[in-house]
Design a protein around this ligand. Structure first.
Ligand SMILES: Cc1cc2nc3c(=O)[nH]c(=O)nc-3n(C[C@H](O)[C@H](O)[C@H](O)COP(=O)(O)O)c2cc1C
Length: 206
């Protein structure tokens, strides 16, 4: 670390804005019932694509699910959860109830962005491209946070299910990177914050 570099050198408004977006963004799982404007989602995606990507492969693809299309996702969530519960030995009435609860959770998400990676046959490129798409998702989430939105990056059963990729029209050569829920946060819900200080995970090599 350079001794000549004073804290004030980078204590600018733009540094503070970026630092606040990075530090204050939290995964939020509860949203109020308020739609997210499409032009705002489009603006977030326009920022997502500024992520670094080696050899400019631009491996990301985005599928926005909002409005009435959410019902199809919610119904798919119900079907998948119901089958999973039955397969794990749950009684039918339990499976029906819990699948309905799961479907309801999805029905209440104001907007969803399904993010995929176009999979390159070269494993080295494929790995680098996955990193790039993750950067794009982080861009999207930071920009969303700065715009007053909350986000939740999920990779669970629904996100990973091929029927979801089929529902949105993703190609066979695409892999799910995340199902990003977007909405205005429920102010009653507090998100836990926990990080290990970077200093404990860093060695300054002399
Ligand atoms: C690749 C990836 C996949 C994730 N998948 C899930 C998930 O399936 N379910 C979940 O509850 N959170 C998921 N998360 C969110 C993390 O749990 C969350 O980022 C973590 O708890 C830290 O909280 P923060 O985002 O508020 O800093 C995922 C995050 C990443 C980066």
């Amino acid at each position: 670390m350079s001794e000549e570099f004073a804290m004030t050198d980078y204590n600018t408004a733009s540094f503070a804005a970026v630092a606040a977006a990075i530090r204050d963004r939290r995964t939020i799982k509860e949203f109020v019932d308020q739609p997210v404007p499409r032009d705002l989602i489009a603006a977030l995606l326009d920022l997502a694509v500024w992520a670094p990507n080696h050899k400019m492969t631009e491996p990301w693809r985005f599928y926005v699910i909002d409005g009435a299309a959410r019902t199809r996702v919610s119904e798919l969530a119900r079907t998948l959860r119901y089958k999973k519960l039955l397969a794990s030995g749950a009684e039918e009435h339990v499976a029906t109830r819990r699948a309905a609860e799961f479907a309801e959770q999805w029905a209440q998400v104001p907007a969803i962005v399904f993010v995929t990676q176009v999979v390159d046959p070269d494993p080295f490129v494929e790995r680098e491209d996955y990193g790039a798409v993750c950067c794009a998702v982080q861009n999207l989430m930071l920009a969303a946070h700065a715009a007053g939105l909350a986000t939740f990056w999920g990779t669970g059963d629904l996100a990973a299910a091929r029927p979801l990729a089929d529902l949105v029209g993703a190609g066979e050569n695409e892999r799910m990177v995340g199902l990003i829920r977007l909405g205005y946060a429920d102010p009653a819900v507090k998100a836990p914050v926990k990080r290990t200080d970077a200093g404990k995970l860093t060695r300054w090599v002399e």
